[in-house]
Design a protein around this ligand. Structure first.
Ligand code: SAM
Length: 239
């Protein structure tokens, strides 16, 4: 997979591509991440990429020319173009799975007041991180790229992301590590007894419990098994 991130602030990505799992994924050729400086595509002699909005209003708007030329230069047959925008569809883990199957993604980072509306004609997906406004699309694009890269086969253990929150519609079960007792707080006995069947049942039930208490909205689209419905009744009785 190749991810091209188009930005006015390439320096912001230095830590991102040079740290931890993302760095390793790049070094091991699971993914190619190109940070593309939008200013290199402007035909303006002063390297200007933005202008004042028609109709008045505060701030500056990214102009069409550099973005159109940049996307034209980068686009291949199988490319999908993602625009980072608070007006897009709110990003979810299921979308990360969908994007992780793609072979080439261009991510457009806005800045200032955002994009000239006509730039949307280049775009396959408008992606929002949530209902709030960031100064630029750079941090958002790192979130998107990170969530995609960790799903590429081989980057992390498959079992690891398969059990992550949202992957099966629920939050992940509680996790513990050594020591077994810390300041009087104990690890649940079942996790230490070596009985894999009991542990699996416990994890499943605790995953459902967490979801029920912390994110009940997730259960609206979740089809409960008979056992899960019984557990939910049990949780309700303890509320
Ligand atoms: C200050 S924002 C522009 C917001 C725009 N004026 C609006 O109200 O829709 C600048 C850029 O930050 C990025 N951005 C801001 N909030 C975002 C969000 N919630 N999700 C994704 N990108 C966001 C977008 O790339 C956007 O073009």
């Amino acid at each position: 997979m190749r991810i091209d991130i188009v930005t006015l602030f390439p320096a912001m990505f230095e830590g991102f591509v040079n740290s931890s799992i993302i760095k390793r994924a790049i070094e091991n050729n699971y993914v190619e991440v190109n940070i593309v400086d939008l200013r290199e595509y402007t035909t303006n002699k002063h390297k200007k990429v933005d202008d004042t909005p028609y109709g008045g209003g505060a701030g500056m708007v990214l102009t069409c020319q550099p973005v159109f030329d940049c996307v034209k230069a980068l686009r291949k047959e199988d490319t999908k173009v993602l625009m980072m925008t608070p007006q897009g569809k709110t990003y979810k883990q299921q979308t990360a799975y969908e994007f992780a199957k793609m072979t080439h993604i261009i991510i457009l980072c806005g800045h200032y007041e955002g994009f000239d509306e006509r730039i949307r004609t280049l775009v396959d997906y408008e992606v929002s991180l949530g209902d709030y406004v960031l100064t630029g699309g750079e941090t958002a694009s790192m979130v998107i790229a990170d969530s995609i890269i960790r799903l590429i086969d081989g980057v992390i253990e498959k079992e690891s992301h398969e059990n992550d929150s949202f992957s099966n519609g629920l939050l992940e079960y509680p996790q513990y590590t050594k020591p077994r007792v810390y300041e009087g707080l104990e690890v649940p006995e079942v996790l230490c007894n070596g009985n894999h069947k009991e542990i699996a049942i416990w994890k499943h039930k605790e995953s459902l419990r967490k979801t029920y208490f912390k994110r009940p909205d997730l259960l609206e689209n979740y089809s409960l098994s008979e056992q899960e419905a019984k557990w939910i009744e049990e949780f309700k009785n303890k509320e």
